[in-house]
Write a protein that binds this ligand. Sequence first.
Ligand code: TXA
Ligand code: MG
Length: 318
Amino acid sequence: MPAGSGIAEAAGVLRAGGLVAFPTETVYGLGANALDARAVARVFEAKARPRFDPLITHLAAAADLTDLVGRLPAAAQALAERFWPGPLTLILPRPAAIPAIVTSGLDTMAVRVPDHPVAQALIAEAGVPVAAPSANRFGQLSPTRAEHVVAGLGAAVDLVLDGGPARCGIESTIVDARGDRPVVRRLGALPVEALVEVVGLVEVDPGNSGQPTAPGTLAAHYAPGTPLRLVTAPVPARQPDGVRRGYLALRDRPADGYAAVEVLSARGDLTEAAARLFEALHRLDAAGVTEILAEPVPDTGLGRAINDRLRRAAATWQ
Ligand code: TXA
Ligand code: MG
């Protein structure tokens, strides 16, 4: 449904225990009433997501968090004030009102206030916190358009609100903000440099193991269906092996010979590149190539989050 006219109906679906995919500024989310354990169970089923991988709870406004958790730790308070609504997820102690299935039994809860009018209107109208992972099947590319959601999840979703392409294009930055020094657990759409401006030092520990407590950090994740390999310079165009290859470039097109090429930003702009990343990978995936070669981008600002996703996509195929 077009997002504008669908809010009231979508809110009704959420209240009735159904699943609604909705746009946020980062990627599309697959939402369920976070207070309804059965509805949340359906999210795990629809995504074929392991139950040990906890969900992010979404709120319409920062003020709603106070009702849930009371006073915030100082660093969390400062980050929330500066960056909400926005692409920042905070890990905080789990309040009793949030059922354990949302957090996979952890005593912590991930929570954010999305900066998207449709997400905010939907959550406010539903009148409940909304648990929402990215609206893709587990381990696959995140959706930045309603079409990606429909293609990936199909009938497992009751309703998809179409709000056009997602502005940021990569997921929120996840920060454990329980202590004095915040720890970045997932690099994302809010650059580490922005966090540092507000709280001084932060630790960056996105993990790389198969640890069940932070699977957003699973080494293999965000994978296209086509094998992806990282390169540092374009492989010579015509290789004797006859393999059809796709190429993901930051700014410069490689020499001829690739069956499909995606350029993330002709200006070399990392914000634009992030916004296009998953969409470009979705297209390369659909191009019928045997292998995708991808260039890492400069490792600063949003570049870190882009490289993180490319490395994890490549890890899936090693
Ligand atoms: O931008 C986003 O964050 C999008 C939009 C829809 O809000 N959501 C999203 O959700 O990316 P998802 O489920 O695809 O990724 C959430 C990540 C998971 O990797 C999960 O392991 C981690 O957050 N997570 C959730 N709760 C956690 C917790 N209590 N402690 C540590 N990690 C947690
Ligand atoms: Mg995801």
